[in-house]
Structure formats: structure tokens, C-alpha cells
Ligand binder design. Structure first.
Ligand code: S3P
Length: 444
């Protein structure tokens, strides 16, 4: 099996974002990435036919769907954002004839490493240049303790070669870092393990794997910070209704807060409490964010979010909020740069091993925009002030690219953002949606 995987997104795309006057309108944000990945995975392992509504048509989640097709699962796309998954049962996956390309997706690779460790056949997981720099020892160690055999490159980096036919056994695992991906990898391996698998977290993280296993009829016991299941049960097909992704909504929440005279309404945004730390942080900074029409969608809390411009001030970000806003720091850096006074972020060293080193990338970009920022190993100290125009590098990180767009809406001169093609991994159509509410964004 060759291990060379084509990069999902080789196309070079720069954006230029210019000053915006006000942001207005009602927006529908695409489906949640974390939920979409898991819906494909559990739908594939279930007995029967599952329907996924609101599936994220992003490159990360499409890569996961392609991987399951390569593992012998029939997945239909009757219309955009809908998938029909013909489940093959927990023991029904077949060896793929080639390397499985996860693209840019850490979630895809880490969850699949657990799931594939329990199969009868060998697999190889690969990805793009960014994914090949991301640490996998954090999943290899607990999975190896369960009896899995996984080989990685030096330093525990992908590609991962996963041996089939290993007899897995359950473990009681205390996660050294708060990570929903590692927790989920261990739980998915636990489906194939003899005995009980228990995962304990230092801080509760998103519990979509647990909730969705339960929705698919798999016996699981969980509470914030803790999950327990036994191997050997089956999953029952069901319909998954994917809520709008809070992490994608975040760019518009901050943009409308910062651009004077703005008022945006974001429809039915997923508000799982393990995801919405940014709302708490922004409210501490003085943001005006109101929730309307609270309801449930697919077992998840959702609400319409109304955001009005409000002057923000710097804060010390409460360290206990960090895991609940781990994907939102790039855009929080922009909020901090535009706020009055100083914002301090600590306890966020995980940002250094995301799709890029997000502390370094955001600090470098903000410095170019004239912002005073001091980088720390686990965060930053950012002094709010006026931003100037400049060229900044997204380092091919989708969330850094979208964050710099919001900076461009505020800066005194246009901001050119390099390498924005990977925005399509999590937020296809971001640029059109941004233009539709008043952001001035040009593709180069
Ligand atoms: C995710 C978990 C988080 C998050 C990522 C999605 C998931 O990663 O940053 O975007 O779907 O489980 P970690 O588990 O590495 O914190």
C-alpha cells in the first residue's frame, strides 16, 4: 500500500478583505463538523439505513464519507447536506484497497484510528501536509494499552499503519489532556474490546460520540468528564439531524459585535455547552448577544442568535472556559485586538498543535496589522487598538483565515490573507455568506 496521500486542497487562494460599514441580515450557518464526522461513522457501523440531515459539505467530512465508501459502505447523496448511509453492522467493514486519506481532518484520523484498531484487516491512515504534523501519540498510547498495534512515523506523526486482527481489551483511561478526539478514539475501540472501557477527562469535553452512540442504541453510561461502555453490542440505524456549527457561527458573532451598527441573526445555531465558551468570554467583554427560539435539534440545544454591535473591553479569559472554546481562539484573538484594553489568554497550549500553531500564526498576523501582542507558551497577552492593512499568512489554517477576514473588516486599509483554500474544509460557502451580510471580500 502506498502512503502518499494527495493534499485535499492544493489550490492557491488569497482573499482581500476591506473595511465594512455594517453587517446586517439573517444567516444560516452550515452543519456541525464534529457531529457530521460521527454520524457517518456510526451510521456505517449500524444495522440498517441511517439518514443524516444537515450534513456538513466540507472537505473534512466528505473525506470521512469517502473513507467509509472505501471500507465497503454504500453512502448516497440524495441532495446537498443529506446522506443516506447503508450500515454494514459493527463487523461489516471490509479492507480498503488503498491508503485512507483523511485530508486536513484531525477528528477523522484520530476517531478512525480507534475504530480501525478493532477490525480484522490492516489499514493505513494518511492526510495532507498539516495533518502529517499533528501529534498522534495521544491516541496511539491508549489504543496500544488496549492491545492495538499502530505504527507511526518518527515523533508519533502520520501516516498511521493500523494492524488488523488484534484482540482488544477494555481499559480504564485517565486522559492526560482534555481531548474529545482522544476520548472518542478510545470509546470507538471499546466497541471492539473485551470487557469494559472507561474514559476519565481532566475537564469535560464535547460529548457527541457518547450522545450519538446512545442515539444509535448502544449501551453507554456517561456524565460530564466520564464515559463507560462495554464491547460486543450492536448499533441501530437512526436519523441524525445535524445542528449549525457554533464554531463557524463564531466568525459572524465576533464580526457583528465589532463592526459598528451591525445586527445579525444566525438561525438555529448548535449551543452544546461544551462548545459555547466563546459566548461566555464575549459577554464578559461586553458583547450584546441574545438567544431566541431555544429548542432541541437531534438531541442538541439550538437557538437563534441575535448579535448587535457593542464596544468590547479586554479581559483575562477564565482558564476553565478554555476547553469549551478551544476552536474559537483565532477569532477571540481578533476580538481582543479590537477591544479596549488588554486581554490575557493562558492554559491554551493545545492551540499549538491544531491545524497550525494557532498562537504563533495569529500573533504573527496581528503584529503585521500593527497590534501589540506578546506570545506565551500557553496563550498570549493582546493589547487592543487600531489595526492597519497588511498581508497576513493563514498558514493554510481555515480558522485563522476566517479570523483574519474579520480583522480586515475593521482595519484602516485592506488586509490580504494568504492561503485561504482550506476554509472549504469546515465552512464551504463562507465567502458568499460573508459578502451577503456586508463583508467586503475579494478572491485573488
Ligand atoms: C473535535 C475535538 C477538538 C476540536 C476539533 C474537533 C472533535 O479537538 O479542536 O476541532 O470533533 O472531537 P481535540 O480533541 O484535539 O481537543
Amino acid at each position: 500500500m502506498a502512503t502518499e496521500a494527495a493534499s485535499v486542497n492544493d489550490t492557491r487562494l488569497d482573499w482581500i478583505c476591506s473595511h465594512a460599514d455594517s453587517l446586517r441580515g439573517e444567516l444560516v450557518i452550515p452543519g456541525d463538523k464534529s457531529v457530521s464526522h460521527r454520524a457517518i461513522m456510526l451510521g456505517a457501523l449500524a444495522d440498517g439505513i441511517s439518514q443524516i440531515d444537515g450534513f456538513l459539505e466540507g472537505e473534512d467530512t466528505r473525506a470521512t464519507a469517502r473513507i467509509f465508501a472505501a471500507l465497503g459502505v454504500r453512502i448516497e447523496t440524495p441532495s446537498a447536506s443529506r446522506r443516506i448511509v447503508h450500515g454494514v453492522g459493527v463487523d461489516g467493514l471490509r479492507a480498503a484497497s488503498d491508503v485512507l486519506d483523511c485530508g486536513n481532518a484531525g477528528t477523522g484520523m484520530r476517531l478512525l484510528s480507534g475504530l480501525l484498531a478493532g477490525q480484522a484487516f490492516d489499514s493505513v491512515l494518511s492526510g495532507d501536509g498539516s495533518l502529517h504534523k499533528r501529534p498522534m501519540r495521544r491516541v496511539i498510547e491508549p489504543l496500544t494499552a488496549m492491545g492495538a498495534r499502530i505504527e507511526a512515523e518518527a515523533g508519533g506523526l502520520p501516516p498511521l499503519r493500523i494492524k488488523g486482527g488484534c484482540a482488544l481489551h477494555g481499559i480504564d483511561y485517565a486522559l492526560p489532556i482534555a481531548s474529545a478526539q482522544v476520548k472518542s478514539a478510545v470509546l470507538l475501540a471499546g466497541l471492539y474490546a473485551r470487557g469494559e472501557t472507561i474514559v476519565r477527562e481532566p475537564h469535560p469535553t464535547r460529548d457527541y460520540t457518547e450522545r450519538m452512540l446512545q442515539a444509535f442504541g448502544y449501551p453507554i453510561d456517561f456524565a460530564p468528564g466520564h464515559a463507560r461502555l462495554s464491547g460486543g453490542h450492536r448499533l441501530r440505524a437512526c436519523t441524525v439531524s445535524v445542528p449549525a456549527d457554533f464554531s463557524s457561527a463564531a466568525f459572524f458573532i465576533v464580526a457583528a459585535s465589532l463592526v459598528p451598527e451591525s445586527r445579525l441573526l444566525l438561525r438555529a445555531v448548535g449551543l452544546n455547552p461544551r462548545r459555547t465558551g466563546l459566548l461566555a468570554a464575549l459577554r464578559l467583554m461586553g458583547a450584546d448577544i441574545r438567544e431566541h427560539a431555544r429548542s432541541e435539534q437531534g438531541g442538541e440545544p439550538v437557538a437563534d442568535l441575535e448579535i448587535r454591535h457593542a464596544p468590547l473591553h479586554g479581559i483575562e479569559v477564565p482558564v476553565e472556559l478554555v476547553p469549551d472554546m478551544i476552536d474559537e481562539f483565532p477569532i477571540l484573538f481578533i476580538a481582543a485586538a479590537a477591544a479596549k484594553g488588554v486581554t490575557t489568554i493562558r492554559g491554551a497550549a493545545e492551540l499549538r498543535v491544531k491545524e497550525s500553531d494557532r498562537i504563533a500564526v495569529m500573533a504573527a498576523g496581528l503584529r503585521r496589522l500593527g497590534v501589540r501582542i506578546e506570545e506565551r507558551p500557553d496563550g498570549a497577552v493582546i493589547e487592543g487598538g487600531a489595526m492597519t492593512g497588511a498581508e497576513v499568512d493563514s498558514a493554510t489554517d481555515h480558522r485563522c483565515a476566517m479570523s483574519f477576514v474579520v480583522a480586515g473588516a475593521l482595519a484602516g486599509a485592506p488586509v490580504r490573507i494568504r492561503d485561504c483554500a482550506n476554509v472549504a474544509t469546515s465552512f464551504p460557502g463562507f465567502d458568499q455568506l460573508a459578502r451577503s451580510c456586508g463583508l467586503r471580500l475579494e478572491s485573488i
